[in-house]
Write a protein that binds this ligand. Structure first.
Ligand SMILES: Cc1ncc(COP(=O)(O)O)c(C=O)c1O
Length: 359
């Protein structure tokens, strides 16, 4: 006989319509240890050793027993990003940054404009808020950024524009003049430029914060800094905007360990520079290998490459997995496409070796 509480819960708890209508999102994050992980655009060599050393040596019982205090981290990051403390907030990954922007500016039924394909969480948080999500397609074939179409689609009812630059999963980047046009056309709405892969492209809007009152920029410690497990990022905008955003933020959403680790992480820019150099070299190696196998690909501004492998995409992903190499299937949104994270040259050589054997 079922416990009485089960019937009560099943019959009476109905979620909001926005939740009922959302498709569940299941990232394939299980069983990835001990494999070559070219599936999540992470840093494939791991977190900076000096961050791990610091945590091991200096973490105290008090650090874990008290609620997080962010002042020192905010000061260090403000210096690092060359902004003032009131121009940004720490966030629990970019994901919280997106959610904060939505929670601060979007009401039920509002229009949110984004691109397709792009990072899934723009649509996720917008739908969760009950927004109307308008998705504009990257140009078919070339996957070029649809600037003219986007400018046309921005209207007085557009309540937010969410853009990943470089874009995941296409790897394509958009240059400053195009982004300026978007900011100007959408002057009445927040425009988020998600710079999760900035370090690989070198294009950032952060220095334009003072110029555009509707500009929001997000950065993350999950990618180049190798700290995805820490869940830490930053959301930047003008201080008047950030005052509202902070009102909408839980006071302790970033854990103390993450707040401690990111302070240490930004101290070692050589780690970042060396890794960028390694990835950019390995990306060239990947291009050459793909060309040898006659696999079309999209030139990337980030640490991943979209490969057009045709109708065997899922089969190839599964066979690579059996061989210990993880890549991401994107064929559900881009026909015949796999996305391959670029790691070190050795890792890309291994990927190409395995691919060659099953191609
Ligand atoms: C464009 C983009 N933004 C944000 C994220 C996630 O960032 P975080 O781990 O900081 O939430 C990803 C992860 O794949 C991404 O591709």
């Amino acid at each position: 006989m079922p416990a009485p509480w089960r019937c009560v819960v099943a019959d009476s708890l109905k979620p909001r319509p926005a939740v009922l209508e959302m498709a569940p999102y299941h990232p394939p994050t299980g069983g990835r240890r001990n494999k070559l992980r070219l599936d999540f655009n992470e840093n494939t060599v791991g977190a900076p050793p000096h961050v791990i050393d610091f945590i091991k040596r200096y973490l105290t019982a008090a650090d874990l027993s008290i609620y997080p205090e962010y002042e020192n981290t905010l000061q260090d990051l403000a210096r690092h990003f060359d902004v003032s403390i009131d121009q940004f907030t720490l966030s629990n990954g970019t994901d919280e940054a997106i959610q904060l922007l939505i929670n601060t500016y979007i009401d039920d039924g509002d229009e949110v404009l984004t691109l397709r394909p792009s990072y899934a969480m723009y649509k996720f948080y917008s739908q969760l808020a009950g927004a109307r999500v308008e998705e504009l397609d990257y140009r078919p074939g070339t996957l070029a950024f649809p600037l003219e179409e986007l400018l046309e689609r921005i209207t007085p009812v557009t309540r937010a524009v969410l853009i990943s630059n470089p874009n995941n999963p296409t790897g394509t980047g958009t240059q400053l003049p195009a982004l300026r046009k978007i900011l100007e056309k959408a002057a009445h709405a927040p425009v988020l430029i998600d710079e999760a892969y900035y370090e690989f492209s070198g294009v950032t809007l952060l220095p334009l914060l003072d110029e555009y009152p509707n500009l929001f920029v997000s950065r993350t410690f999950s990618k180049i800094y190798g700290m995805a497990a820490m869940r830490c990022g930053c959301l930047f905008s003008q201080s008047a905007n950030m005052a509202y955003v902070r009102k909408a933020q839980s006071p302790y959403s970033v854990n103390a360990l993450a707040a401690m680790a990111v302070r240490i992480a930004v101290e070692d820019q050589k780690f970042v520079e060396d890794y960028v150099l390694e990835v950019l070299t390995a990306r060239e190696l990947l291009y050459v290998g793909l060309e040898r196998l006659r696999i079309p690909y999209i030139k990337s501004q980030a640490n991943f490459v979209l490969c057009q492998v045709g109708d065997r995409a899922i089969e190839l992903r599964d066979e690579l997995r059996q061989r210990g190499v993880l890549v991401r299937d994107r064929s559900y949104e881009l026909t015949g496409c796999l996305r391959v994270t670029v790691g070190t040259r050795d890792q890309i050589r291994r990927f190409l070796d395995e691919l060659e054997q099953i191609w």
